[in-house]
Design a binder for this molecule. Structure first.
Ligand code: S2G
Length: 545
């Protein structure tokens, strides 16, 4: 009765040939799928990667940490809001590895703490499987069903709830304020860099293993495929560039959230019971946020950052009744679920299973990523990647590809993937153009007498630079003052940096506006501009002459 009455998200069945080019395939399904927020991708039947986590040594000995989720409190937790503030637990999300930027971890830990996500015990897969099975059986009660067989005998069969049964029961527990406590474990956000990935690694040998180790659908390769702006993120940010593993049991949940920087995400179910997903298109992201705030005003009042903390569930039925379109995907073992930029998603597991997920940034993401960092600046929220570094890295790579083609007549598949986003209407050209206009407008608003200086190439090489006020990334430009050599602002907050005389203050630019305009011309295909910009990568400095 509680099963949400919503439609299914689209499902795709690529042929072996279509499956070859991962980002190319995703680009072809985008017009059909993006408006649903999420979609399911079923690999060709012959694509069956072996999972190294199932090897006896790992299965029986490797321990992973878990968190405890109190499922009945994911949506309704008024009564327990002031309970257990001081229990210890692990961090939820980490941002740039080893970098100075504050991650969401601390804030999230606090929220997890209060909202019933305490750390649980450590398990091996073998132990977790046992726990998951026992829990599910005792939850539903093992019923013996007498089944008639062909030859007239009867045999006993354990009753298994269907996905629909489980989904109905899940929302009954989540939506009804007075149900019993339901506590489950979730081995979520496990770093594959530490624990190991569920996909064969490049070091694997054997013809078949090598095929899977090199595949674009192997999530260890996915974030940095040619055409993804994440190629230009140097550090291995866990969860974004290095996949995370999710070991689930019955009812373990992921609450409503969007990806950092509104990136795409791809999730693969290595084995086990289905994962049920709900998705909302990026174009309805703000409608979902409004509805959540309207339905859970007290929670938002106490914790305005609730949605960034991945601790709140809300029924698709409520969202639908408020005019927010929600779609369902039931992901089975061996299938992918893709989430599009700024698409809110949530869901839960139907039983013991193991999934792996990571982000990607194809060219159509760039404008969403730009919007994300402008929004983060308004909200004074820390970034986890330098959007401008990714944008400029993509632009340079694309100009290099255009140069190889126009000057050397060279065409490789790698080059072609970058060329395909250039040209007057190319997705990359458009994104760079928007960013350059933005930069120009911001510079125009600064006092005319403000000194402009060339930024050192390594300004943000070893440590990220961010605005002292809004944390906007300063890869492209920064405003500074003699009074405080290590303090910088973005162009929007230059006037708040200090109260020194204008003569003491300056703007650092990685590229002048003329250089940036020339970059746009290069991306549009103008050969002279291509040569100037390509020369930057060949020893020249490509500056105004
Ligand atoms: C995400 C779902 C995580 C999960 O949003 O991080 O990959 O629990 C997804 O499977």
């Amino acid at each position: 009765a509680c099963r949400p009455d919503i439609d299914e998200a689209p499902v795709f069945y690529p042929t072996i040939e279509e499956f070859e080019d991962t980002l190319g395939y995703i680009a072809t399904i985008r017009p059909l799928a993006e408006s649903y927020g999420i979609c399911r991708i079923v690999p060709p039947p012959s694509w069956t990667p072996p999972c190294p986590l199932k090897e006896k040594e790992v299965w029986e000995h490797a321990k992973f940490s878990t968190r405890i989720q109190q499922v009945d409190l994911l949506q309704n937790r008024e009564a327990m809001r002031k309970k257990s503030r001081s229990r210890k637990r692990k961090r939820r999300r980490n941002s740039r590895m080893g970098a100075g930027r504050r991650s969401e971890a601390n804030a999230a830990t606090e929220a997890d703490e209060r909202f019933g996500f305490h750390s649980g015990s450590d398990f091996t897969f073998e132990e977790f499987q046992k726990h998951a099975a026992t829990f599910k059986e005792s939850y539903f009660g093992t019923k013996d069903v007498k089944e008639g067989s062909a030859c007239g005998e009867t045999k006993s069969k354990t009753w298994e709830p269907s996905v629909e049964d489980i989904e109905g029961e899940y929302w009954r527990i989540v939506e009804t304020p007075t149900t019993d406590e339901v506590e489950v474990y979730y081995g979520a956000d496990l770093e594959t860099g530490v624990f190991g990935s569920g996909f064969p690694k490049a070091s694997s040998t054997g013809i078949d293993l090598e095929k899977y180790a090199m595949s674009g659908w192997n999530l260890n390769n996915f974030p940095r495929l040619p055409g993804s702006a994440l190629c230009f993120e140097a550090s291995d940010i866990s969860g974004v560039l290095v996949p995370w593993l999710y070991v689930g049991m019955f009812f373990s949940s992921f609450c409503w959230h969007v990806e950092d920087h509104h990136l795409y995400s791809l999730n693969y179910l290595h084995w086990g019971d289905p994962k049920v997903w709900y998705g909302v298109s990026g174009s309805h992201a703000m409608d979902l946020e409004r509805t959540m705030k309207a339905y859970l005003p007290d929670l938002f009042e106490e914790q305005p950052d609730l949605l960034n903390e991945l601790v709140t569930q809300l029924s698709p039925t409520v969202l639908k009744s408020e005019g927010v379109p929600v779609h369902r995907a039931i992901q089975h073992s061996g299938e992918f679920v893709l989430t599009f930029p700024r698409a809110y998603h949530s869901g839960f597991n139907c039983g013991f299973n193991c999934a792996e997920a990571v982000n990607v940034a194809p060219a159509d993401w760039l404008e969403h990523g730009q919007n994300a960092v402008e929004l983060y600046s308004e909200q004074r929220r820390k970034t986890s990647i330098s959007h401008d570094k990714l944008l400029m890295g993509s632009a340079r790579e694309a100009v290099h590809a255009l140069w190889e083609k126009s000057v050397l007549g060279k065409e490789t598949t790698r080059n072609m993937s970058w060329q395909s986003v250039c040209g007057k209407d190319g997705l990359l050209t458009r994104a760079v153009k928007i960013r350059v206009r933005m930069e120009e407008e911001r510079l125009d608003r600064l006092p005319i007498c403000m000194k402009l200086k060339k930024m050192e190439r390594d300004f943000d090489l070893n440590n990220e630079r961010e605005c002292f006020s809004c944390f906007y990334d300063l890869h492209l430009s920064a405003s500074g003052c003699k009074c405080s050599p290590d303090r910088f602002s973005c162009l929007k907050h230059a006037k708040h940096l200090c109260s020194c005389h204008i003569n003491h203050r300056y703007v650092l630019q990685r590229h002048t506006i003329n250089e940036l305009n020339m970059l746009v011309e290069a991306l549009e295909g103008k050969v002279e501009a291509i040569k100037v910009w390509a020369s930057k990568d060949h020893g020249g400095d490509g500056t105004d002459t």
